[in-house]
Design a binder for this molecule. Structure first.
Ligand code: MG
Ligand code: ZN
Length: 358
């Protein structure tokens, strides 16, 4: 009898843990970051990679509604609205209809929201969470959506789509009238107490990690976390993107890739440190798709020795791939992200954890 009681208590407490709703959600997207890119990062980091701090691991099937291989528009949109759509779509379904995205749903539920990226804010991944347009290259229209998105903190590049537009509108001035503070460098943002801000630090995309970007993504993410947490006692939803992992892979540029992965890994570490202390934050790290088809064969392929020595970094394509993508989760609800499921299910898992009706 006593044993049954103990077993029942253990089950009840594990169920209580399983159902604990995370207050804050931080979704981290390594654009183009497939399993072998993560493996490369782990090899390079020699056991110190923050990817190894997760214990809830799953895989997502990333294909889009239109094709077996997704682009970042359909990939980002699947996470943002919970539906697979056609390649190039930004926050719209297969019928080109706008669907509420995670940021809008969070706002409706009185949470703070933020986006931090290393590309132009108008680029496909951040746009999927802040705009609704039928084509990803409609950058000026996307910028128009962004200033009306009400996302509290927007950090990235893309000033030309806001302030040097073909239609002559100055969206930076318009954003100010909507309550946004504008920062054009991170130093002034880091010392600010901003509640609603656009931090637009580059004309287009930020520089690559191995070319003058410097220490940007981790501190910009941490500052945004700090401000969102202070701003709203109901919690926050945030999307952080290592945008240029994908570009390094498109270019088949191993050195660029290594530095982008290291930069993203460092940012994951900073976020996990916060989440560990906070205890109410669910961190989900994933990618929209694989790019480049990275493999890590032995560097010396002619060796007959069983000692292969070092690995080489090889790319099998300059395009996106149809491979499974890893999902790493930490915090309350993390176990929900184990298993193999559709990319669009990530949204629904978050909705269930937050008990948000669509
Ligand atoms: Mg992207
Ligand atoms: Zn790409």
């Amino acid at each position: 009898m006593k044993r049954i009681l103990i077993a029942a208590l253990m089950l009840a407490s594990s169920l209580a843990y399983a159902q604990k709703a995370p207050k804050n959600i931080i979704l981290m997207i390594g654009d183009g970051m497939g399993y072998n890119s993560v493996a490369l990062r782990m090899l390079e980091a020699k056991g110190t990679s923050n990817f190894e701090r997760f214990n809830s691991i799953g895989s997502v099937k990333t294909y889009s509604a239109g094709g077996r291989i997704t682009d970042s528009g359909a990939g980002g949109t699947a996470y943002a609205i919970g539906e697979k759509t056609y390649n190039g779509a930004i926050g719209v379904d297969t019928n080109k209809q706008s669907k509420p995205n995670l940021m809008e749903i969070a706002q409706k539920n009185k949470l703070a929201t933020g986006i931090v990226v290393t590309c132009a804010l108008t680029h496909a991944t951040p746009a999927s969470f802040s705009a609704h347009q039928v084509k990803r290259d409609m950058y000026e229209a996307i910028a128009g959506d962004i200033i009306n998105s009400n996302v509290d903190l927007l950090v990235g590049g893309g000033m030309k789509y806001f302030a040097k537009r073909k239609d002559g509108r100055n969206l930076i001035d318009e954003a100010k009238t909507k309550g946004y503070s504008i920062y054009t460098d991170t130093t002034s943002y880091f010392s600010s107490d901003a509640k609603k801000a656009m931090v637009v630090v580059a004309d287009d995309h930020l520089k690559p990690a191995n070319k003058e970007r410097g220490n940007y993504l981790a501190p910009a993410t941490l500052k945004t976390v700090e401000l969102l947490k202070k701003e709203n006692k109901n919690g926050f939803v945030m999307m952080v993107e290592g945008s240029q992992i994908d570009w390094a892979e498109h270019n088949n540029d191993a050195e660029y890739l290594k530095t982008e992965l290291a930069d993203f890994d460092k940012t994951i570490g900073a976020v996990l440190d916060f989440a560990q202390k906070d205890g109410n934050t669910l961190v989900i790290v994933l990618a929209d798709h694989d790019t480049g088809g990275v493999t890590l064969p032995p560097a010396e392929v002619n060796s007959l020795s069983e000692e292969y020595g070092n690995y080489a970094i090889k790319f099998s394509t300059g395009a996106h791939c149809g491979t499974l993508i890893p999902v790493f989760a930490y915090g309350p609800g993390a176990e929900k992200f184990q298993g193999i499921y559709q990319n669009s299910d990530v949204f629904h898992k978050i909705m269930q954890l937050k008990k948000w009706g669509k």
